[in-house]
Design a protein around this ligand. Structure first.
Ligand SMILES: [Zn+2]
Length: 182
């Protein structure tokens, strides 16, 4: 992803042969929960989160997880896994009857919580990112965008009611319609 800070996460593997991204999964993440900034998302995705810093870190530091992209509160974008590869963001999941959404999706984490409004800069960055993804992968579209809670109901709640879907979809449709930026 052009313009994104690059941090390589080892938590990925190959997509199944012949499978391209055809779904975008929106997540919310904050480490510790409800706190923003700091190196902790980088550290979680690179398996270097220090367990002693916070009780929550002790719970999650041994999880092997990643996402393709993270959008911080100020709209800065970091990429952890190549879009060609399978990031480990969705876990047990199902989309329209199809299991294992990691196989065929792109994971985008927004730094935030289920209940605190996401920032305008995050919606703007998300729209740019999704437009770039849709331009690169013909099976992606503004309609093929779901929340983690949609594909893992009962198990996951992110990005939560704080995420304004109509606002996001409006910006994404506009960004997809605009000529690509050079
Ligand atoms: Zn999630």
């Amino acid at each position: 992803m052009r313009g994104a800070r690059q941090i390589a996460s080892p938590n990925h593997d190959a997509r199944p042969a012949g499978v391209e991204p055809e779904l975008i999964v929106i997540h919310g993440i904050s480490l510790p929960p409800g706190e923003y900034g700091g190196p902790w998302i980088d550290r979680l995705f690179t398996n270097t989160l220090p367990a002693h810093v916070h009780p929550y870190f002790a719970e999650v530091c041994s999880m092997r997880v990643s996402s393709h992209l993270v959008v911080e509160r100020d709209g800065a974008v970091t990429q952890y896994v190549s879009l060609r590869d399978r990031a480990w963001h969705a876990g047990r999941s199902s989309y329209q009857g199809r299991e294992a959404c990691n196989d065929f999706s792109v994971g985008v984490e927004l730094e935030g919580t289920d209940t605190e409004p996401y920032e305008a800069a995050q919606y703007d960055a998300l729209a740019r990112v999704v437009a770039a993804l849709c331009a690169a992968y013909p099976r992606l579209s503004a309609q093929r965008l779901v929340g983690h809670s949609d594909i893992a109901p009962g198990r996951k709640t992110d990005p939560g009611p704080a995420f304004d879907w109509p606002r996001a979809r409006g910006l994404i449709v506009a960004a997809c319609a605009a000529p690509p930026r050079r």
